[in-house]
Design a protein around this ligand. Structure first.
Ligand SMILES: [Zn+2]
Ligand SMILES: [Zn+2]
Length: 275
């Protein structure tokens, strides 16, 4: 009945997260190269061929770069919306197994129920997902590439036990950073990315007594740092009473495996939480 999450890598240059139970292994996005995803899976003793499904959230390269290669090489079925599949047709060779999913329509994969939901982002048909293990009731919310946390995003992520949340940029670093004005306003806009400040606000709203861990993800290379994201978002959540741990995912290395069941037990039991 175990439920583990491996953030293989996250940031503006590529995102890929693996969720595994004793029944199934699901990859969310393939934004690293096919080879890099293989390497990172092998490093945690997961043969790429044992991945049962690849969920794709939107067509941006930092979520799809390795999609076609990985799916073809290891015969992994792709779950994607119809419009997103059309917009990244060049990555697909035509012989992949494709399943179309839609926001608001849950998909059952092994003991996991996947719920794709619509996000506000400058892609053709962007979604984020929650994954709930039916036997344990444990829920993992993965939401990056959020221009603004809409009502549907906030609703979908409610009562997640593990939250993987975008903390893309620091407002000041973005304002004073190297990008041209048009890029800055795109990133900060309603269809861009979530700032540390906005992530803290959303995180505080989503806090509940069973929230067992928060991962800050999709950090901008130029306009954020792991320390700043941790201090701003983590600090704000801790101040609001969060007892659970906060991690920052980085681009070039996987985060240590997160055992959601164990994290949940620790947050439910104050004695365990002391250690
Ligand atoms: Zn994107
Ligand atoms: Zn992205």
């Amino acid at each position: 009945m175990s439920l583990r999450v491996h953030v293989l890598g996250s940031g503006s240059r590529g995102n890929s997260i693996l969720l595994e139970t004793s029944e199934i292994r699901i990859l969310v996005d393939a934004g690293l190269s096919g080879r890099q995803i293989e390497r990172r899976l092998q490093a945690i003793d997961i043969p790429p061929k044992t991945v049962s499904a690849l969920l794709v959230t939107h067509e941006h390269r930092d979520h799809t770069q390795g999609m076609g290669v990985f799916a073809r090489r290891h015969a992994v079925p792709i779950y994607i919306t119809r419009a997103t599949a059309r917009s990244c047709a060049s990555l697909l060779g035509g012989d992949e197994e494709i399943h179309y999913y839609r926001p608001g329509q849950p998909v059952d994969l092994g003991d996991i129920q996947v719920e794709p939901f619509l996000t506000s982002h400058d892609a053709i048909d962007p979604v984020a997902v929650t994954l709930r293990q039916r036997s344990s009731g444990l829920k993992v919310g993965i939401a990056t590439d959020l221009g603004t946390p809409t009502v549907s995003v906030r609703h979908a992520l409610q009562r997640s036990h593990l939250l993987i949340l975008e903390a893309n940029h620091d407002d000041v670093m973005l304002r004073e950073g190297p990008y041209p004005w048009s890029v800055k306003s795109r990133i900060a806009g309603r269809h861009g990315h979530l700032s540390n400040r906005a992530a803290a606000e959303l995180g505080r709203e989503l806090m509940h007594e069973d929230l067992a861990g928060v991962v800050l993800a999709h950090l901008s290379q130029e306009c954020n740092s792991a320390q700043l994201a941790y201090e701003t978002v983590g600090g704000s959540l801790k101040q609001a009473g969060l007892r659970a741990p906060v991690w920052v995912a980085i681009q070039d290395e996987p985060l240590a495996a997160l055992d959601v069941e164990r994290l949940h037990a620790a947050v439910r039991s104050p004695q365990l939480a002391l250690f």
